[in-house]
Design a protein around this ligand. Sequence first.
Ligand code: HEM
Ligand SMILES: *[C@@H]1O[C@H](CO)[C@@H](O)[C@H](O)[C@H]1NC(C)=O
Ligand SMILES: *[C@@H]1O[C@H](CO)[C@@H](O)[C@H](O)[C@H]1NC(C)=O
Ligand SMILES: *[C@@H]1O[C@H](CO)[C@@H](O)[C@H](O)[C@H]1NC(C)=O
Ligand SMILES: *[C@@H]1O[C@H](CO)[C@@H](O)[C@H](O)[C@H]1NC(C)=O
Length: 366
Amino acid sequence: MSFKSLIALSALAVTVLAAPPRRAACSNGRTASDAACCVWFDVLDDIQENLFDNAECGEDVHEGSCDQSLRLTFHDAIGFSKNLTAHGQFGGGGADGSIMAFAQIETNFHANVGVDEIVETQRPFALKHNVAFGDFIQFAGAVGVSNCAGGPRLQFLAGRSNISQPSPDLLVPEPSDAADKIFARMEDAGFSIIDTVDLLASHTVAAQDKVDASIPGTPFDSTPSTFDAQFFVETLLNGTLFPGNGSNVGEVLSPLHGEFRLQSDFEIARDSRSACEWQSFITDHTKMVTKFESVMKRLATVGHNPNSLTDCSEVIPVPKAVTLPPPTLPAGQTLGDVQGACAATPFPRLSTAPGPATSVAPVPPS
Ligand code: HEM
Ligand SMILES: *[C@@H]1O[C@H](CO)[C@@H](O)[C@H](O)[C@H]1NC(C)=O
Ligand SMILES: *[C@@H]1O[C@H](CO)[C@@H](O)[C@H](O)[C@H]1NC(C)=O
Ligand SMILES: *[C@@H]1O[C@H](CO)[C@@H](O)[C@H](O)[C@H]1NC(C)=O
Ligand SMILES: *[C@@H]1O[C@H](CO)[C@@H](O)[C@H](O)[C@H]1NC(C)=O
């Protein structure tokens, strides 16, 4: 071989090495970094149309599916206890799909009241596409919340085993639990107090159906279809009323007609260990979203080694770019109604929404 052709050959070798890795061809002309991700494009198409009613987050008849799918990511994953394992017992498999595989056991746990509905709604989609239950639950949660204005774009790793065992009971926090108990439980699953506050950004797009079953669809803040910080403001207002017949176990006084306040959110908003992280989101939407994205990477992989999973995050839609208005004090409220609890930083000076006090509208049931 001549010197010239050797050079040509090595140039070719360099070109081949430097070429971008070949992408796998998926349906509808899409490509993925790994062939294992292709199926998730098909799942995406199906659930956006048929589970989330054309990629809706709010104001829609099937609205609840997006919120409930996000909630389910937590109720599956939090079934994991280092303490139980240390005592020689089965501590749960974390984000393993056991809440779907053993729904007849886990959805009967008291803290999982209402979760049976979304489990049974999701199950046929997982079976149809032949994907593992644990993967499906985390995928649906990530896609659902990507539909919310201002929402996060969560990581999605695929490849969890479909084999699981039922989670032990009493691992899912209850809204009637004291902050101490919730923090201890979260720590036992690998989440700090700050992580717990970060996870509660989920409650910016949330409503209750079962704590007061007479008023399903009662939201936790006045903007339940946007992933904004209004929840972190309104949980700090002085509570004055019950939106329904009150007082139910796990419920405390709310500041607004039509709004529901969980005892756990009330306490965590005011606890000196969590109050500053809580308040900080009010003036920093980017922080709220990035910290939620970061902690959700860990929630979605509780009980798994993330390095053994395949990164299919490219399938998760990019949330619509929107400029959300800054958080406000609801009409009729003043700074004097705020029970600020962060000793280090004064409560931010927010403007008050104009007009007379209004009632928060319920979110339609799914
Ligand atoms: C830390 C302790 C937590 C407690 C005590 C708690 C408690 C609750 C309760 C009682 C409800 C109302 C359920 C109903 O009556 O329908 C609820 C709703 C919800 N939770 Fe949590 N939660 C916690 C953490 C989380 C986390 C970590 C996530 C997700 C990352 C989450 C996501 C949601 C969502 C999205 C809803 C609304 C569901 C819907 O609109 O149908 N929660 N939570
Ligand atoms: C840890 O697990 C043991 C064994 O089940 C139990 O007795 C104990 O109450 C648990 N501790 C905590 C803090 O949950
Ligand atoms: C996952 O396990 C369930 C039983 O728990 C089974 O019905 C389903 O077909 C399994 N899915 C896959 C992809 O193996
Ligand atoms: C709540 O109050 C309403 C109106 O008074 C009543 O119709 C309803 O039955 C009550 N619900 C519960 C669960 O007590
Ligand atoms: C909070 O609301 C209660 C009514 O539930 C009222 O009596 C009290 O004065 C309020 N506190 C403040 C600081 O506004």
